[in-house]
Design a protein around this ligand. Structure first.
Ligand code: NAG
Ligand code: NAG
Ligand code: NAG
Ligand code: NAG
Ligand code: NAG
Ligand code: NAG
Ligand code: NAG
Length: 801
């Protein structure tokens, strides 16, 4: 009886519930810097189907502007930097009408077409657009397969180009195509990575003959095309009845235009089924047959939507009560934060393994701060697969992957930051790792090997541990006697990241009951960032900054504002040998705040809490804060470490409302594989994760209540904000707006701090009540609360024990 009642109540609740997928805006960040991918994909999909523009930058293929479209292709990155022409975008299709087979404009520039104004529309699992000539494109997908439907204005003849050579990067290095008269086209090609030194080979299978239960698509003509001569690749020859193309591997990228052309009669609508694989074309066909057996567009689309609904429903709110703008930002961000890493399980072309294989760790430098911690709270099952893929990378290459992109090792940006999610996993799920299928001894060995060994070339994997262990910092102008090579730049920022990586090992050693000597060793090394602190450097009245250092111990000066948003000199700030500043994509001003595991050390080095607060204020005001990149992610919350959570509450609002919005340019920098999306999610929830630890900073959310669901633990944790004030939903809340945390009550008991919360309480299934008020003076005086444990942990003050 009781059970029946519960079931009925559940039914009633779900009948009234808003479809969370309807709240996702896929176009946020698709113009000017976001590089977000708005096409069709399931969560963590390998296939990400979307249209590609002819203009650059187009990292994810798409731009929400009026540029012309060159095709709809099968795989994409999400929010990355790298080659501005983009990565993937392989084997595009293009629909043509009103042309004669032998003279159809198949070549990429000739076929490019404009979209009708406002024609692009998307929701999770579905994308559509319409060209000015009224041909509509629609797509939906599964993990490795999907459907692309073209609806033409007339029954034709209509044509579809199947492009072998034009990936987004125009990096074709050889490949082949075969087609059958019954409309199966198989392709394989080798292309360059978007961000890395290697090439990769990928395969696809298109079918154009649907099952007899669906409308027929009679093929009237077929053939292949290719450049007439490579000195003028734009002139192409179309050969009717030809069924194969073969281009041997070339070390130089080929401008070859080549592919297949198929014509259809008496078909207004033409559906292509596709599959992709990294093994071979047969596997690509098998993937399509297994995942899209009956070509049912609506079924595939609703399965994709359902998969997204499951992800999104891990955060529930009352959509009628909460602010509509915040709601759209929240669910759009949750969506983008689960697009990658991409699940390539069963598609690893490099080694056989019982473990999952994931791609698009692009890069761990971007994602360790927010993407992985968000997965740890909401999606531990998916996360454990991703963690296993990191560990399996070590198992088969000796090092934890850093920037696996397009299946190959990309460039290392800073530290080996894949270490941090592994430490984070050990800390949060170490005791349940067996149930999650993660072998913790391997995980720990992966950490130790990456912390100790120096690869022959630390350009694409690993760290310069020879230098780190010899000096306790990364010296400038030092030739590694081991013969190990890599880009010897970014010395200061690399050292600060190596320190955090070592902290992750220390954390894992404790969580996994490894010897105390390991705990001490890595704790010790994790404090070595101070060795690159030059107390004598001053800037804008503040003294003490991270700096490069020679092998003899003397500091090498770089202006602390170099590579900041207001750098008066144009410096090179990337990985290249022309970076003579010592910091990667950030300034000394910003990196001098980067020690999440021992912020108390920085407060002290900077002259105490009062000076620290002034320095953080100045960093935002100058601004040295770069909202669009990862090194500054923590800093809106930085005041917590100086006992001023009231200032963090204001700063987080300032940052959210100044830099994020639901507009197409609503992300301040590249979404970076969902890093920005996960960051915004945390800001909205009033939480910020402390790297490789169970601690999260807590503040006042932008929601009045929310519930976090963790399916693995079987828990739902209810957060409520007592006294929630919508006047606080602005960049500069008016005086008196209740945005300051007054108290936190966890499962009915007062928390020992109003500045941090333990992971176990965030996922524990109980209640968290956050009481807020508007009394700025009282909030400033109250700080993080009374007692020895009020401030968030730092190693230097005995934290994280
Ligand atoms: C596209 O938009 C830009 C900027 O609004 C404008 O300058 C350009 O003329 C437009 N091009 C087309 C083909 O409509
Ligand atoms: C590209 O792949 C070929 C083999 O397919 C290999 O010989 C070549 O070294 C690769 N090039 C790069 C830059 O990885
Ligand atoms: C292609 O093959 C068809 C069927 O065999 C034939 O009718 C047609 O003439 C061929 N076309 C060319 C250009 O060879
Ligand atoms: C990844 O793919 C494998 C193989 O199909 C599947 O077992 C696993 O559940 C997938 N993981 C996710 C997160 O979708
Ligand atoms: C780390 O170990 C070295 C050598 O034993 C010691 O001199 C140093 O004080 C230690 N540093 C910390 C932060 O414990
Ligand atoms: C800082 O300057 C003082 C005074 O010139 C000097 O004695 C000290 O060695 C300097 N410290 C460093 C780390 O360069
Ligand atoms: C240390 O090395 C740097 C770079 O070679 C040099 O400029 C500096 O004078 C040296 N310092 C000392 C104290 O020898």
């Amino acid at each position: 009886m009781t059970r029946l009642l519960v079931c009925l109540a559940a039914l009633a609740a779900s009948a009234n519930a808003v479809e969370l997928t309807s709240l996702v805006n896929l176009f946020i960040g698709t113009f000017s810097s976001g590089n977000a991918f708005p096409g069709a994909a399931i969560p963590h999909a390998m296939a990400k189907v979307g249209i590609d523009v002819s203009t650059s930058p187009r990292q994810a293929g798409y731009l929400h502007d009026n540029s012309s479209i060159t095709g709809i292709s099968l795989m994409h990155d999400e929010g990355t930097g790298g080659n501005t022409d983009g990565g993937y975008g392989i084997f595009p299709l293009f629909p043509l009408t009103n042309c004669n087979f032998a003279s159809c404009p198949v070549q990429i520039d000739a076929r490019a077409a404009l979209r009708a104004s406002g024609a692009d529309a998307a929701k999770p699992g579905y994308f559509t657009t319409t060209f000015v000539n009224n041909i509509q494109i629609e797509t939906t997908s599964t993990r490795r397969s999907g459907l692309i439907r073209f609806t033409f204005p007339t029954t034709g003849p209509n044509h579809v180009v199947i492009d072998l050579t034009n990936d987004l990067g125009r990096s074709f290095s050889g490949g082949d195509l075969e087609l059958t008269p019954t409309g199966r086209v198989t392709l394989g090609g080798t292309f360059l990575q978007s961000y890395g030194p290697s090439n990769y080979t990928v395969f696809a299978c298109y079918d154009f003959t649907p099952p007899s239960t669906l409308a027929a698509q009679p093929i009237s003509q077929f053939g292949t095309y290719q450049s007439t001569k490579l000195t003028n690749p734009t002139a192409v020859t179309i050969t009717a009845n030809s069924t194969t193309l073969n281009f041997p591997f070339t070390a130089d990228v080929s401008p070859e235009q080549a592919g297949a052309l198929i014509s259809f009669t008496n078909a207004k609508s033409i559906v292509a089924r596709f599959g992709v694989s990294f093994h071979n074309a047969e596997q690509a066909c098998a993937n399509a047959e297994a995942e899209v057996p009956d070509w049912d567009f609506d079924n595939i689309q609703s399965a994709s939507e359902q998969a997204w609904e499951t992800i999104l429903s891990r955060v529930t709110i009352d959509t009628d009560v909460e602010d509509a703008n915040v709601v759209e930002l929240l669910y759009s961000s949750l969506y983008r934060a689960s697009l990658v890493p991409a699940n390539l399980t069963d598609e690893n072309p490099y080694w056989e393994s019982q473990y999952p294989f994931y791609d698009a760790f692009f890069c761990s430098w971007d994602t360790f701060r927010t993407v992985h911690p968000l997965l740890s709270i909401l999606s531990p099952v998916e996360w454990s697969q991703i963690v296993n893929a990191y560990v399996d990378g070590w198992r088969n290459t000796g090092y934890i992957p850093e920037c696996r992109a397009n299946t190959k090792a990309g460039y290392v940006q800073g530290g080996s930051d894949g270490m941090i999610p592994l430490g984070d996993f050990a800390v949060k799920y170490g005791s349940q790792a067996e149930a999650l299928g993660v072998p913790t001894d391997d995980l720990y060995q992966a950490l130790v090997d990456t912390a100790e060994n120096t690869p022959p070339d630390w350009y694409t994997v690993g760290r310069q541990n020879t230098a780190w262990k010899t000096f306790g910092y990364i010296p400038t102008d030092w030739v590694d006697p081991s013969g190990s090579t890599g880009l010897p730049t970014r010395e200061a920022s690399r050292a600060w990241e190596y320190a955090l990586g070592d902290f992750a090992v220390r954390q894992a050693a404790i969580a996994l009951n490894k010897p105390q000597s390991d705990v001490d060793k890595y704790a010790n090394r994790s404090m070595n960032f101070v060795n690159m602190w030059d107390p004598n450097v001053t800037s804008d009245g503040f003294s003490g900054f991270a700096q490069r250092r020679y092998p003899n111990g003397t500091f090498a000066f770089s202006p602390p504002n170099a590579c900041s948003p207001i750098d008066p000199v144009s410096h090179s700030c990337a990985r290249g040998t022309d970076n003579d500043v010592g910091f990667y994509e950030s300034s000394s001003w910003e990196y001098s705040f980067f020690a999440p595991h021992s912020m108390a050390t920085l407060v002290e080095l900077m002259g105490g809490p009062t000076t620290f607060v002034s320095r953080v204020d100045h960093y935002f005001a100058a601004p040295y804060y770069l909202a669009g990149n990862e090194p500054g992610f923590l800093m809106p919350w930085g005041y917590h470490y100086a006992n001023r959570p009231d200032l963090s509450a204001l700063r987080v609002r300032d940052v959210v409302y100044s830099f994020f919005s639901t507009a197409i340019n609503g992300i301040p920098g590249n979404d970076d594989s969902g890093a920005m999306a996960a960051l915004l999610t945390f800001h909205i929830l009033g939480l910020y994760p402390v790297a490789a630890s169970k601690q999260l900073l807590i503040g006042s959310p932008l929601l009045s209540a929310f519930t976090l669901r963790n399916d693995f633990l079987g828990t739902s944790t209810a957060f409520t904000v007592t006294g929630f004030d919508k006047n606080g939903l602005t960049g500069t809340p008016p005086a008196g707006a209740a945005v300051f945390v007054k108290s936190i009550t966890i499962n009915g008991n007062p928390s020992q701090s109003i500045c941090w919360i333990d992971f176990d309480d965030v996922v524990g299934g109980g209640t968290v009540e956050i009481e807020v008020y508007g009394d700025a003076t009282a909030a400033a005086a109250a700080g993080c609360g009374e007692g020895a444990n009020a401030l968030p942990d730092s190693l230097s003050t005995g934290g994280f024990s």
